[in-house]
Design a protein around this ligand. Structure first.
Ligand SMILES: Cc1ncc(COP(=O)(O)O)c(C=O)c1O
Length: 350
């Protein structure tokens, strides 16, 4: 049986613009190789910093490029978490939870459907759009609430790698935009919009914090991966971003639709989110069934409890629709549904 991964939050191979990126890498070397192939400033390749600054209407000094946005999170958390409590959504992306755990940070988890009423702390980490793991998007009101919180009390880190990976509906303003960049740090990445192997992510920060993140980057590597950054810049400079998004979002929409209709067909006893973009669907299993009860063969998924810093998510699973083909998704959900059915039978027999 060919294994099917509904666990991997990675793009399908067809999402990667291989030929165009090969051409961009060559052009980046030909145009600016003396810079892109040398050691360079820890803040990143200047033309890309300028492009991002322009897009977010900030000064380039506020933009710091990192080797993927998760590394930006690590630098940020290393700097800030010793100063107080870190507030995260429950559930939230598991890797930041692991980093915070490694840093021995004090972490408070706030259920996703609650409006956080917090007074101080080191920072609040939120993924407002097509969240990993639930796929849900915060309403305008909730975003305003976070923007106000940022203005009044608490530094907010808005992680937004999926915002442009939208298949349906209209985008809401980012928390960063609603707060006019005040006390909100914005994090994003070209992993989902261009290619994750390039490892190009970024943070937009207040200048004083940006200097500190640059110092942390300087202390951790001699130079950033400038060729990757110059390749992304070449891709953007050619006007490829919008057409590439249209292409990728079409491929992902077909996968999201395949997953949702397979769930309707094979697992109607469960409930799930229907995200307008991103990579993930969050499935609540039928009452009484836990993710740990499932003995699924030939299909992988991530148990919901991985995304909580305390108890929670035991009866949920995260399914990624980003990687497999629509037909493999259908088959994967079918295999999962038989595991659920077997768990129901066992639980009745017990
Ligand atoms: C919410 C979220 N933030 C950050 C990342 C990390 O992305 P990058 O490849 O930019 O490090 C991911 C990757 O899956 C993610 O889901």
């Amino acid at each position: 049986m060919e294994p099917i991964s509904l666990a991997r939050g990675v793009p399908a191979p067809e999402c990667l613009a291989l030929e165009e990126l090969a051409d961009c890498a060559r052009a980046a070397i030909e145009r600016d190789g003396a810079t892109a192939l040398n050691y360079g400033p820890a803040g990143g390749y200047a033309p890309l910093r300028d492009w991002i600054a322009d897009r977010h209407r900030v000064e380039p000094e506020r933009v710091v490029l990192t080797n993927g946005s998760l590394q930006g999170f690590r630098f940020f958390a290393e700097l800030l978490s010793p100063t107080g409590t870190v507030i995260v959504e429950a559930p939230t992306y598991d890797r930041p939870l692991k980093i915070l755990d490694e840093l021995e940070a004090e972490v408070i988890c706030i259920p996703l459907d609650e409006e956080p009423a917090v007074d101080g702390g080191a920072f609040l980490y939120t993924i407002p759009t097509f969240q990993n793991p639930t796929g849900r998007t915060l309403s305008r009101d909730r975003r305003k609430h976070l923007a106000n919180l940022a203005k009044e009390a608490l530094l907010v880190l808005e992680d937004d790698p999926y915002g442009l990976v939208r298949f349906d509906g209209k985008p809401e303003p980012t928390v960063f935009e609603l707060a006019r960049g005040e006390n909100v740090v914005y994090s994003s990445s070209f992993s989902k919009t261009v290619a994750p192997g390039l490892r190009v992510g970024y943070l937009v920060l207040p200048v004083a914090l940006a200097d500190k993140v640059v110092a942390a980057a300087t202390a951790s590597y001699i130079t950033p991966a400038l060729l990757s950054q110059a390749t992304v810049y070449e891709f953007l400079r050619r006007g490829n971003l919008e057409p590439n998004l249209e292409r990728i979002n079409g491929l992902l929409r077909a996968r999201r639709d395949a997953m949702v209709s397979a769930l309707e067909r094979h697992l109607p006893e469960a409930t799930w989110t229907v995200p307008e973009g991103g990579y993930f669907v969050w499935v609540e299993l039928p009452p009484g069934i836990l993710a740990s009860d499932l003995r699924a063969e030939g299909v992988t998924f991530v148990p919901g409890s991985d995304f909580f810093c305390g108890p929670g998510g035991e009866n949920a699973i995260r399914l990624a629709f980003s990687y497999e083909s629509p037909s493999a998704i259908e088959e994967g959900v079918r295999r999962l549904a038989s595991a659920v059915r077997a768990a129901i039978v066992l639980s009745r027999a017990a």
